[in-house]
Structures are given as C-alpha cells and as structure tokens.
Design a protein around this ligand. Structure first.
Ligand code: SAH
Length: 396
C-alpha cells in the first residue's frame, strides 16, 4: 500500500479575497471565478486551499470543470483521504440514529450537509441507492472506500448507482450506466410511517421516493379529512398517507409510469385510491370551474424554478395552483402546499400564498410551517442545503 500523503504534499490552490471571505462566512464552495491559480492541478484532486497571501484555509475537493471549482472537505490538513471518508460516513450514520424513526427508507448521506460533497446515499430497506456528483467522489479509491464502508455499517443486500448523465457531462466524467455496484437485488419494498411502498431501482422515470417529504406525509395525515385531492402525486406518497384518514382520495399526475407504481402501492396497502393521469394545471382549472370541492388538497409540484432566471414564471405557476386549490376547498378544509425550488425562498412562497388567499377571498391560517425531513439536514451558512417548503394551512 502506498504511504499516506502528507498534507504538505497536496497540490495548492490560491483563491481570491472574495472566495476566502465566502469560506470565512461558513460556506463550503468557491466558484471558478474566485480561483487565482490552479495550474496543473488534476481533475478531482484533494487540494490545500490558500488565501491570497498564501495562508492555508483548509482542504478541498477540486473540480476541473464545474463552476463550483472547490468544495471544502475540512478546515484542517488531510493526510489520508480514505480515512476521512470513512469517518465522515460513520458520522453521517451516527447523526441519523437518534433522528430517524418509523422508517426503513431515508437519506443516509446528503452531500455537503454531511461534509461529503458530491455523495448522496438513500436507503430503501435492504437496498442502497448511491449518486456520485463530483470528480473527486468518482475516483476509484473514493468509490471503493464508500462502498466498503456502506456495506460494513448498513449491511445492504445490494448497492445501486443511479447515474445522472447530465451531471457526468458537466463534470467531464466518462459516461456510465446506472446499475448494481454490489449484490444482485434490484427491487424491494420499504415502509415509512406504517405505509408500504414498492421500490424498483432500475425502472421508472426517477428511481425511488421523495424521502425529503417523509415527515410531511405524517404531518399532513394528522389534519387530512373528508375528500382529498393529491396533486402531483407521483407514486402516491401523500395520497397513501391521506387514505388512512379520508373517506375518498384522488391522486393526479401527468406520468403514467408513476401512477402505475402508485396503484401497486395502493394495492400493497389495501387502499382504494383513484388515480388520474392529467396535466395538473388543466385539471385544476376544469375542477375549479365546475365547482368541484374537496376537504383536503395537497400541492407538491416539481421544482418550477431550476435557476434564478425562472423565478417569475415559477411564482406565476405556484400562484395559479394555490389560488385554484384555495377556491376548491370546503370551509375548514386543509391545504398542504409545497415547493422544492431552492430559488423560491420561504418568504417569496408565503407572499404568493398571501396574495392567493386575498384573491380567493379565503381566510387562511398556517397550522404548520415545515421543511425537509431531518435526514436531509440543513447546514446553516450553506443556504443551498435548505430547499423544501411545506405549509399546512386551515382554510375558511
Ligand atoms: N408528491 C410526490 C412527489 C411529486 S414530484 C411524492 O411525495 O412522492 C412531482 C411530480 O409532478 C412528478 O411525479 C411529475 O410526474 C409530476 N408532474 C410534473 N408536471 C406535471 C403536470 N403539469 N401535471 C401533473 N403532474 C406533473
């Protein structure tokens, strides 16, 4: 085995005063425009980050192609990267032990929020689903270390890699197919809040569930009643939880494959739910114009604002959905309204909800202001780790 690299042997990157200021404020990224000198540094290297005067600020992972050139991994020198990875993985697992309950599906590692930038690991009962998003995490030594530690701690039957071809392209990594990294099992069932779900790692538009909503499902179910409409239902996350409390539940999504799994999930839980394949905007327009009424409505659309530039269009989309849903609720009904767009702030979203309530002539009381489940930690000072908003409101 090669001797561990002494930290002083690491290549050095010099960053601008603005970059150093950003790190001082607690952030962990330095953009390419704040790199002063990175000559000859190989893609995916572990590097020592120096400020303009040459003073070491810490150790980072370097990307030769991403706009985020540097992702800090430690404020200290790092001599043995695999050892650091092992420690971080153990820490991420230990962090969740007291926080995650009532589920065998959760995010075990959440990239920057677990000080493992570029690595996401979701657990679905006995299968782990892994995503690698940076050059440094894609290196063979990183992969081997991650797989062996995950196997050791979580003892999954299998580990599956989910590849996002666009991310690999942006990181100038060679193309790679999604597939098994360990074991042979590719499908299982998992349980959250007592509700069961099918998981098939190698099928479907997007593999897996929206684990970040897990606690919001349980919260929504506490208030749900009467006739319920789950708009953007995907594989039925909210609908299946609402079915415990509601007399009738309808789920709406534009994706047929998602609704097929939703239907299988309903059968698994012995629930009778109506699934409608439709464009949510069209359906809500029809339903509100024809005076359809519900006691509970969930709105959980995809991220409308993928970039800052989409913000105005996104807010118009949220407004239209929320306005129609508010009009369609019976008195004392409940609205569960979500946004997973990082670029839409909590205050933007609440502002949109306020004007929707005024326009709909409804009195709205926020009973719960929620975010993402605890296994998707929000790292203070790294605002990008906080993206999910979920408000539960009583509507009169
Ligand atoms: N509520 C779900 C997650 C929703 S993800 C859960 O908790 O599991 C967003 C969903 O919106 C996806 O399933 C996608 O197929 C669907 N979708 C996107 N655009 C849509 C549209 N215009 N009309 C209906 N569904 C749409």
């Amino acid at each position: 085995m090669a001797p561990p690299i002494a930290s002083s042997d690491l290549p050095k990157i010099k960053i601008s005063a603005r970059g150093a200021e950003r790190l001082k404020s607690g952030h962990v990224w330095v953009y390419r425009s704040d790199i002063v000198a990175a000559d000859g540094i190989a893609a995916g290297s572990l590097v020592t980050v120096n400020d303009q005067r040459g003073k070491a600020i810490g150790t980072a992972l370097y990307s030769s192609s991403s706009q985020i050139a540097i992702r800090m991994i430690s404020a200290d020198p790092v001599a043995d990267f695999p050892a650091l990875l092992r420690r971080r993985i153990a820490d991420a697992i230990a962090y969740r032990e007291p926080l995650v309950e009532g589920t065998d599906a959760y995010r075990a590692i959440f990239s920057e929020a677990d000080f493992l930038p570029g690595l996401i690991v979701d657990r679905y009962n006995d299968i782990l689903s892994l995503q690698i998003l940076t050059q440094a995490m894609d290196a063979n030594l990183s992969r081997e270390t991650v797989i062996s530690e995950l196997s050791h701690f979580l003892k999954p039957d299998s580990i599956i890699e989910r590849v996002d071809p666009r991310v690999r392209e942006l990181e100038t990594l060679p193309a790679r197919a999604s597939g098994l990294l360990h074991g042979s099992k590719t499908a299982t069932t998992f349980t959250m809040n007592g509700v069961q779900f099918h998981f098939d790692a190698l099928q479907g538009q997007k593999t897996g569930a929206f684990l970040d909503q897990r606690e919001n499902y349980a919260a929504a179910a506490q208030y749900a009643k009467g006739e319920a409409l789950d708009v953007f239902c995907y594989q039925g996350g909210f609908a299946l939880h609402l079915a415990e409390r509601c007399s009738q539940v309808t789920g709406v999504d534009s994706s047929r494959p998602a609704l097929e799994v939703a239907d299988q999930n309903a059968a698994l839980n012995h629930r009778d739910i109506d699934w409608i394949e439709a464009n949510a905007f069209d359906l809500l327009k029809d339903y509100s114009n024809s005076d359809r009424r519900y006691d509970t409505i969930v709105l959980d659309p995809p991220a409308f604002a993928k970039t800052k530039r989409d913000l105005d269009a996104a807010m118009r989309g949220y407004k239209e959905l929320n306005l129609r849903a508010l009009r369609m609720l019976r008195p004392s009904g409940f609205l569960v309204t979500c946004s997973c767009s990082y670029h839409v702030s909590r205050s933007d979203f609440l502002q949109m909800l306020s004007t929707s309530a005024l326009d709909a002539h409804r009195v709205v009381r926020i009973v719960e202001a929620r975010g993402q489940a605890k296994d998707h930690p929000v790292l203070l000072n790294v605002p990008e780790t906080s993206y999910l908003k979920c408000f539960i409101a009583s509507v009169n």
